[in-house]
Design a protein around this ligand. Structure first.
Ligand SMILES: [Zn+2]
Length: 448
């Protein structure tokens, strides 16, 4: 926890006019400053900012508060995050109560050193650059996403030794691993994708093999800094556009994200595992985003879409599922110049609840009455957990799919009700989610 006294000192140090001006142009008006309000659709400056009082106030939508509140509302982040962001802007050292928040600065230093080193290696490796160009990536995208190349294990180890990095720090950062023969690099002969968390902090890497390693993609090992269950790849780059478009496109892979951004669809991110997890939801909810799930059309992709769609439905996040036919992924579509088609697919995705209901119905032979009833019961298990209003909104859809009269069943009760919650029930249609990792269809094996 940040000390209250420390927050008060921070607010006393900063000038709110200076803070707001980092986001919105302001003009002097008498003793105060005025600007266009970012919190409603403002055409003429309705927002007043007072240095003396340390507050902003909108005369139209009544938004208002101090500098922390402004950052919190503008960036759609939590109060402590806004305090830390403000402190960061002015190099203000916050004080914490109780257990001091772990800075993990040693680990961050290791990642920063390796990121710079990997980036410096990329263009010295023609095979890696050729791979990226062949996939359709521009040099501009390669720079924007900070792609690099990790060569032999010994090279990475030597860089860390030259920088006098203690081995334990390198291990804690997930940069190296250890076996009975000693330390070896986590990324060997791989294109590297630096992974930043929502606060734009470098927390790990993804790596794509360019040799014939059966594990096509690997991520940094799970560690204190890198918790892949709650990180979206490129969320920091996509957030602004996603908020403006009120929609977040969630894909399966680094390449999908980079190619989408390259094509101007810059509200796209990727999960770092197979599917969305409950730990991702706060980022989506806080920014008040709708979601388009863009997973591959293969069995594993469909399963990930089912699991993710269910999680979103149960948590009342408006979402749709956009499956690309013919085994193509978003990166392939863009490389083939089919940007308009892809935008069309995203705009016409199927609402997630309908998607789930149709997937359930598909498992049964609806020409047979007993199976039809079993399908209805399974659908009810899902809808009953949504609450009565949402459940009822699927009534006519289910009646139509099952070809029964809408008055003959009630979707808000029955089934084996498992209750709404973060997890929901495992909705697996046979494949194992755990066996598939981030676009690596062979699964994720040991690297090196
Ligand atoms: Zn306003």
């Amino acid at each position: 926890m940040i000390k209250n006294e420390s927050i008060e000192n921070l607010l006393a140090t900063v000038d709110i006019v200076d803070v707001v001006e980092k986001y919105v142009p302001l003009k002097r008006s008498g003793a105060n400053f005025v600007g266009v309000c970012p919190f409603h659709d403002d055409s003429h400056p309705s927002m007043s900012v007072s240095s003396k009082l340390g507050i902003f106030h909108c005369f139209s939508c009544k938004a208002g508060g101090n500098a922390i509140k402004f950052i919190q509302d503008y960036e759609k982040i939590s109060f402590p995050e806004a305090v830390e962001k403000l402190a960061g802007m002015y190099n203000f050292a916050l004080q914490y109560t109780g257990a001091k928040v772990q800075e993990r600065s040693e680990e961050k230093k290791v990642l920063g050193i390796l990121n710079a080193y990997y980036q410096s290696c990329l263009y010295q490796n023609p095979a890696a650059v050729k791979y990226l160009h062949d996939r359709g990536l521009s040099d501009q995208s390669i720079r924007k996403f900070g792609l690099g190349y990790a060569g032999a294990s010994a090279q990475t180890i030597r860089v860390l030794q030259n920088e006098e990095i203690p081995p334990q720090d390198a291990l804690n950062a997930g940069a190296v691993k250890q076996n009975e023969r000693g330390l070896y690099a986590s990324f060997i002969e791989r294109i590297t994708f630096p992974i930043y968390n929502h606060a734009s902090k470098l927390v790990g890497f993804g790596g794509r093999t360019i040799s014939d390693n059966p594990a096509k993609y690997v991520n940094s090992p799970q560690c204190a800094l890198f918790d892949k269950s709650k990180i979206f790849y490129a969320f920091d780059l996509a957030k602004k556009s996603a908020i403006a478009k009120k929609t977040l496109i969630i894909t399966e892979g680094y390449m999908d994200v980079i190619m989408l951004h390259q094509a101007g669809i810059d509200n796209a991110v990727a999960v770092l595992g197979t599917a969305l997890t409950p730990a991702h939801l706060p980022l989506i909810k806080r920014a008040e985003l709708n979601v388009v799930l863009s997973f591959d059309g293969d069995a594993a992709g469909i399963n990930a879409a089912i699991k993710s769609a269910r999680l979103l439905c149960l948590n009342k996040i408006d979402s749709s599922v956009a499956i690309i036919g013919g085994g193509a992924d978003p990166a392939d579509m863009i490389a083939a110049g089919k940007v308009r088609e892809l935008e069309q697919i995203y705009a016409s995705g199927m609402e997630s609840g309908e998607f789930l209901i149709r997937r359930i119905a598909k498992k049964y032979d609806l020409a047979r009455p007993v199976q039809k009833e079993a399908a209805l019961n399974e659908i009810k298990e899902f809808t009953a957990a949504l609450g009565p209003v949402l459940a009822e909104s699927y009534q006519s859809l289910v009646a139509q799919i099952l070809n029964v009269s809408p008055g003959s069943f009630n979707l808000s009760s029955g089934g084996k009700n498992f209750g709404a919650g973060f997890e929901g029930r495992n909705f697996n249609e046979g494949g194992s989610f755990g066996s598939r990792d981030f676009g690596s269809h062979e699964g994720r094996g040991a690297d090196g």
